[in-house]
Design a protein around this ligand. Sequence first.
Ligand code: SIN
Length: 302
Amino acid sequence: MKDLKVSLGGIVLDNPVIPASGTCGFGKELSRWYDLDILGSLSFKGTTIAPRDGNAAPRVAECPAGMLNSVGLQNPGAYHAAAFELPELKSFFHKPLIANISGFSEKDYVEAVEIIQRDSAVKILEINISCPNVHGGGMAFGTDPKMAAAITRAVKRAAEKPVYMKLSPNVTDIVSIARACVDAGADGLSLINTLLGMRIDLKRKKPVLANKVGGYSGPGIFPVALRMVWQVTGAVDVPVIGMGGVSSAEDVIEMMYAGAKAVQVGAANLQDPLACKKIIEDLPRAMEEYGIERLSDIRRVE
Ligand code: SIN
């Protein structure tokens, strides 16, 4: 019997597989496909203090080996999420929850954290400083070490749960951002968010996305994500959740050899709602193939 358990700084997950924020809403749609209690955890849709309609359509575009999105943090707002979405989610999901929180100022992040963390099912606060689809916040905080540190410090002052900063790949040196967050008190890191990309419609001679640019995700970014996870886990001593193009049991194991303690699955859910289920069911086979008894035994390759 293979042991799939992993630990995120003492929070034990039955397995490392977590649907990534923005690819599973608040769980309702995915729960029509399978029992979500097979998951290690779930990171719900990036929640801001005020409700948001998101960006104008079109806001998705297909690409070779992935997709672009420019959703723009559409969400019902922290008060609605706490009062309605989380109670509903908890009626069918009984595992530790990751709360993905976004904002446009330190105050925004802190207020949303204060509301969402009251829910006892929320075990980790994943602070999104890497959304490429909004102006005046999001990625702007995650591409400057000083701003990343300032948001981390502000959130840490208010947080009663572990704080994982979600980092952007749209930087020349992700290690300097990771270090800034950890020095400012981050308990862990999540990486990577999407890569800024663009497509042009040749018939209309216009960008495909109404927002013109968007975040690229899917299997095409996996080697970039893996490289960044490996670089960051070699430089800081906090748990890292790895993500970016993960779509198979082998990808999960590879991420863990890059140093990740758990792994989020994003775009794959949009292509196949059963993606996480299939990965979890396939993990024992892949572990057997690579001679792994316990996932927690995996050590980062040098
Ligand atoms: C979005 O809502 O635009 C995607 C979220 C993100 O990339 O952080």
